[in-house]
Structures are given as structure tokens and as C-alpha cells.
Ligand binder design. Structure first.
Ligand code: 2AM
Ligand code: CA
Length: 273
């Protein structure tokens, strides 16, 4: 069995476990602030994924939102970047619109990406060079758009923040419309399937984008930080994921080329509020 096939089986099994445990009581705790939640399901799912990987591939490394591998700083070897539940607020409040996300990197190079929309039973997956799939249906390359003719994904909370609003409001104004889904992994998938032309956020952790980015790249989508620089797997990044034409329009005409503005904003952002 290849690592790709193993990962596919693993994420499906993890999703089925989530469906089972969420029928029992969900225990909720807060993390960095009252809107930053974690549940027993996030923790149990990360542990299940970690343990299953380590049993078969003891030499592989795992970075997971709920505590695994946060000390890692080098890209050597096989690294699994895991978000056990992306969209925890949706998980808690809506019991849907969340995903399990896994990105696998080999010596820093993308190998395979998986985003499992658990409640809809849809697995998005891609092995680099072999195209992306929605369950077993291949995804077509995404179409190029201009901002004026685009629906973009952006969380409205960012439009209420000083400085950040100066950057993001004109973009929302110029776009055809804006949407927010509450799961970064699924929003990146919406770009990969053409439902959104772009997904923009000032701060995202590696586990939120590591799987989706690989899927997006397979359909010719582009993901970088707001200055057009490659994304790091070892720290939070600003994010623009889009079709190539819109990506260029946003990076060169809308985002401040002055990195300090974004860094200043980022330092103040720890959660959603
Ligand atoms: P999570 O649910 O795994 O925490 C919601 O807009 C998206 O942003 C979700 O994918 C959520 O991931 C992510 N998110 C929540 N808080 C964040 C933070 N402080 N920094 C970066 N991303 C965050
Ligand atoms: Ca999470």
C-alpha cells in the first residue's frame, strides 16, 4: 500500500469515528480566547490519526493543531500536517461544515493532500502530478476571473479590524460578492472546485491550509501569502488562494507590498475576535 492509499483510508476512518463520537456529549474548552474552542473530538481525532500513522510509519513526523510536532523546524523526511477538525466553531454550533485536513510533505515538497467534508461524506484528495478528485470524480482546472466578476471567501470579522479593513474593504467592494464558510480547509476546496474565485485571510496556521493547498495546486490554483511569497509549514501565514489571474491581480494591485503592515496586524490577531 502506498502512503497515499494509507492516508485515504485513515482520513475516512477518522471521519467515521467523528460521526460516532459526536452523537455522545461534546466537551468544549476554550483555548487562547472565549471564541477559540477545542473539544474532546478534536483531541481524540488528532490522537487517533497520530497513533495510526506512527504504528505503520514510526519514522514519519506529524504536526497537528492539538499539540503534536509544534517544535519541528526542519522539512527533512515525511511530515504529515494534520487538522483533526477544521472549523471547530461550525462543529460545535452547527454539527456540520467542518473538515478533517491532512497535507503530506516529503523533504518539504508536497506529496498528497486530503480534505474530508465529514457530514457530506465527500473526500477531496490529490497526489501531486496525478490530478485532484472529489470522491472519485476528477476536478477540472479552475477558470481565471477578474475581481469584478468573482465571488471571494473572506471572514467578515476581518473587515471590522483597524488597518485590516483598509486593505480588505476595497476588495470586498470591488468583488461581485463575498462569502464566509467558517472552515479554511473547505474554503480552499471551494476555490479548487470553482465555487469561490479566491479565499483570503490575514492569518492561518499550517494545518488549516496544508492539505487544501496541494489539492488547489493540482487544479492550477495558486496559494501564497499576501505578498506573493511561498507559505511556511512552521508558522502562521497570511493567505491568498485563488485562480492564477485573480491571484496576480490581488497580490500586485490590492495587498500592501509593505510586509510590515501585515506583520503589525498579525501580531494583534490571536483568534477570531
Ligand atoms: P480551526 O477551526 O481549525 O481553528 C475560520 O474562519 C477558520 O480559521 C477555521 O479554519 C479555523 O480553524 C481558522 N482559525 C481559527 N482561529 C484562528 C487563528 N487564531 N489563527 C488562524 N486561523 C484560525
Ligand atoms: Ca482545528
Amino acid at each position: 500500500m502506498t502512503v497515499y492509499e494509507f492516508a485515504k483510508g485513515l482520513i475516512l476512518e477518522a471521519g467515521n469515528n467523528v460521526k460516532k463520537i459526536m452523537k455522545q456529549d461534546i466537551e468544549i474548552e476554550t483555548k487562547s480566547n472565549p471564541n477559540d474552542l477545542v473539544t474532546n473530538v478534536d483531541k481524540a481525532t488528532e490522537l487517533f490519526i497520530y497513533d495510526t500513522i506512527k504504528k505503520t510509519y514510526p519514522e514519519h513526523k506529524v504536526i497537528g493543531e492539538e499539540g503534536h510536532g509544534h517544535e519541528l523546524t526542519d522539512t527533512q523526511g515525511i511530515i504529515w500536517v494534520v487538522d483533526p477538525i477544521d472549523g471547530t466553531l461550525n462543529f460545535v454550533h452547527q454539527k456540520e461544515n467542518f473538515a478533517i485536513s491532512i497535507g503530506i510533505y516529503s523533504d518539504g515538497k508536497p506529496y498528497a493532500g486530503f480534505v474530508f467534508d465529514v457530514m457530506n461524506d465527500v473526500l477531496y484528495h490529490a497526489k501531486v502530478g496525478e490530478g485532484a478528485f472529489e470522491n472519485e470524480t476528477p476536478l477540472a482546472p479552475i477558470e481565471s476571473t477578474t475581481l469584478k466578476k468573482s465571488i471571494i471567501g473572506i471572514n467578515p470579522n476581518w473587515l471590522t479590524k483597524p488597518k485590516l479593513e483598509d486593505v480588505f474593504k476595497p476588495i470586498v467592494d470591488e468583488a461581485r460578492s463575498a462569502r464566509a464558510y467558517g472552515s479554511a480547509a473547505l474554503e480552499i476546496i471551494h476555490v479548487a472546485t470553482g465555487r469561490l474565485a479566491a479565499y483570503i485571510t490575514p492569518r492561518l496556521q499550517p494545518w488549516d491550509f496544508a492539505g487544501g493547498l496541494i489539492i488547489l495546486n493540482e487544479v492550477e490554483g495558486v496559494g501564497t501569502d499576501l505578498q506573493g511569497q511561498p507559505l511556511s509549514l512552521f508558522r502562521a501565514n497570511s493567505i491568498v488562494m485563488a485562480n492564477p489571474q485573480l491571484h496576480e491581480e490581488l497580490v500586485y494591485h490590492h495587498f500592501p507590498q509593505n510586509k510590515e503592515i501585515i506583520e503589525l496586524i498579525q501580531q494583534r490577531l490571536t483568534g477570531h475576535k
